[in-house]
Design a protein around this ligand. Structure first.
Ligand code: SAM
Ligand code: SF4
Length: 330
């Protein structure tokens, strides 16, 4: 079919080969910037089933999809997470199956997830000080998470990375500890600038710091920007000759952040979301009930891309209708 051959692209020359798929809104952590009071059930838990996920990914894969990131909420709280990985990994053209996790059960499952087809893991670790980690996530589990991280590194995944939200308190504590952390570990630690959502206004005002402080520290300490792949997303990575790992930053409030956008998002309830900081979404779920609806699904995805804007409006104080990132997966 002609549409199947067309790559996913928008009116600004950006191509979208990468889908971030939320598989649940549920989370077992209560990170201060995301779900400070923990996840609360507010309605029926009607998240996409494995079958619906299979149809969704098949639709995208006909349009040039090569990478899927499973996220949430905490994706690994789903009992059928292995089946989800297997289904996504089996889609034609999908070469990378990634996930973002808080790492609570990584030590227990890294081996079977890898066997199921998971290739890339991002583990969220905001601090390597156990007490600070406990305070931020609500769980005294730093050691457990680090055990999982090191096991995953030993397990031969294509890439294991760490996400750390850049908060005033962790930035003020400095980055020397993190440099030691990556001296012998071949892991990229990427600091994400805190993002404003409709739930965290006040928190954002108190805890947001610009990525420039980290950039200055990297410059002053001999870290240099690594060459960027042609299809790289918005993260910038820095390397140092004495360190096995890398330090990176994701700075959505910096100018030009959206120019290299290469991703689309689908919520755990099947809505296509064109921008993290946008509003609403295009419902795809009605077309995920029957294999025969695949062409209609492809058409809806392609026609929706026309609605993707050139960039977010964070500089104007508009961050969209997202209550917290657990709703969509970051
Ligand atoms: N529960 C998983 C985890 O924490 O890795 C996956 C979902 S979580 C929403 C995805 C990523 O978004 C995590 O790295 C988390 O730290 C980050 N995140 C959540 N809220 C954020 C915010 N307001 N600003 C920046 N990053 C945020
Ligand atoms: Fe849960 Fe991830 Fe949000 Fe933390 S950042 S509360 S682990 S969804």
């Amino acid at each position: 079919m002609a549409l199947d051959a067309a790559p996913m692209a928008d009116g600004f020359g950006r191509r979208f080969h990468y889908l971030r798929l939320s598989v649940t809104e549920v989370c077992n952590f209560s990170c201060t910037y995301c779900l400070p009071n923990g996840w609360k059930k507010t309605g029926p838990l009607s998240f996409l089933t494995v079958e619906e996920i299979g149809r969704l990914v098949a639709g995208f894969s006909g349009l040039g999809l090569s990478k899927v990131r499973l996220t949430g909420g905490e994706p690994t709280v789903r009992k059928d997470f292995n089946a989800i990985i297997q289904t996504v990994a089996a889609a034609p053209g999908v070469a990378k199956v990634a996930m973002t996790t808080n790492g609570w059960n990584l030590a227990r499952h890294a081996v079977d997830w890898r066997a199921s087809g998971l290739s890339h893991i991002n583990v969220s670790i905001d601090s390597i000080d156990p007490e600070t980690f406990h305070r931020i996530t609500g769980h005294d589990k730093l050691n457990q998470v680090l055990t999982g991280l090191d096991l995953a590194l030993a397990e031969g995944f294509s890439a294991v990375k760490v996400n750390a939200v850049l908060l005033r308190e962790t930035a003020e504590a400095g980055f020397d500890g993190w440099a030691r952390f990556v001296r012998d570990r071949p892991v990229a630690v990427r600091f994400i600038e805190l993002m404003k959502t409709t739930d965290n206004d006040e928190y954002f005002a108190r805890h947001h710091v610009k990525a420039q402080g980290l950039r200055d520290w990297l410059d002053q300490n001999g870290w240099t920007p690594a060459p960027r792949a042609f299809d790289a997303g918005p993260a910038l990575e820095y390397r140092h000759p004495d360190h096995a790992g890398a330090i990176g930053l994701i700075a959505p409030y910096s100018p030009g952040f959206c120019d290299s956008c290469n991703r689309l998002r689908v919520t755990a309830r099947g809505k296509l979301r064109l921008c993290l900081f946008g509003d609403g979404g295009v419902d795809l779920r009605d077309l995920l009930q029957d294999d025969d609806d695949r062409d209609l699904l492809v058409q809806r995805i392609v026609s929706s891309l026309g609605g993707k804007s050139a960039g977010h409006a964070l500089a104007l104080g508009r961050s969209g209708d997202l209550r917290n990132l657990a709703q969509l997966g970051g």
